[in-house]
Design a protein around this ligand. Structure first.
Ligand SMILES: C[S@@+](CC[C@H](N)C(=O)[O-])C[C@H]1O[C@@H](n2cnc3c(N)ncnc32)[C@H](O)[C@@H]1O
Length: 276
């Protein structure tokens, strides 16, 4: 990654780190548990988290007794993660800012390396995966957690429908060519990438991520803090249009919730795992 691109990525994620910590990280607990179970995390294992955000994977791994190194390009994400570690009184997490394309870590150092909703976003995913494999011990495991088919990712569909209720020709996230966050949304492609990185016994498990939202505002906040992309897609809209889109989201969520207090949106998530 060029210095300029790295700088832009850092700044964009720094900007949403506080919101990400508050509203997004807590919603990843279920998927994190599924991934850590699949990887067989046990006390004393050395675990590397790449693109760790504010600790959705690192914190539960540490609670399971792993020795965790949490890395992320955004110093603000790393600061929030470190604050959570301190708050919980955990002594087994080291949080470091670094680019996942060039890990400043020794070869063969970790029992398990994982990246959740992380390297799927990277401009050079094969290189980042290669780095994860490099720093993992022989016979250790490498896993990645990624979103599946964007057409089935409901938070995206709700976002686009709400925006179109206000701006009928709102394009939404262009899907052709495939945007980076969905570069391995096809499980066959994910498997291929893991095998090309030199992993063996590769398997891909698909789980349903369920996200609960009680209002259009809550879904809007989640979207705007989940990734810098939604903010860019609405950058040219007025505050009135955004408020109207939140109202349209309210309506869509009410329809989905029926008589329940919250609406549940479901998204396909692939957990790809292999052995070095
Ligand atoms: C969607 S968040 C995922 C965070 C966390 N793994 C989780 O499950 O909540 C993506 C993370 O990737 C980080 N990131 C983006 N580009 C990166 C890069 N080149 N190297 C390391 N981290 C990167 C961002 O700062 C952000 O924290």
């Amino acid at each position: 990654m060029t210095t300029q691109r790295r700088q832009r990525a850092r700044e964009a994620w720094d900007e949403i780190a506080a919101g990400y910590d508050e509203v997004v990280t807590p919603t990843h607990a279920h998927v994190s548990k599924a991934a850590l179970d699949a990887a067989g995390i046990r006390p004393g294992m050395r675990f590397l988290d790449v693109a760790a955000g504010t600790g959705a994977l690192s914190l539960p791994a540490a609670r399971l007794g792993a020795e965790v190194v949490a890395t992320d390009i955004s110093p603000a994400m790393v600061e929030h993660l470190a604050a959570r570690v301190k708050e919980e009184g955990l002594s087994n997490v080291e949080a470091r800012a670094m680019d996942g394309h060039a890990l400043e870590l020794a070869d063969d150092a970790f029992d398990v390396s994982g990246s959740q909703y992380g390297i799927m976003l990277f401009p050079d995913l094969p290189r980042a995966l290669g780095e994860m494999v490099r720093v993992t011990k022989p016979c250790g495991r490498v896993f990645v957690v990624v979103y599946g088919n964007p057409e089935e990712v409901e938070f995206l569909g709700f976002f686009t429908r709400a925006m179109r209720a206000v701006i009928p020709d709102f394009e939404g996230l262009p899907l052709d060519p495939t945007p980076l966050p969905f570069q391995v949304a096809d499980p066959a492609k994910l498997r291929q990438r893991l095998e090309e990185a030199g992993l063996e016994d590769v398997r891909v498990e698909t789980v349903a991520e369920e996200l609960e939202f009680g209002s259009g505002r809550q879904l809007w906040e989640w979207l705007m803090n989940s990734n810098p992309i939604p903010g860019l897609l609405v950058a040219d809209t007025t505050e009135e249009q955004r408020a109207a889109a939140r109202e349209a989201m309210d309506e869509l969520l009410r329809e989905r919730a029926e008589d329940a207090e919250v609406a549940v949106l479901t998204n396909p998530v692939h957990i790809g795992i292999g052995t070095k």
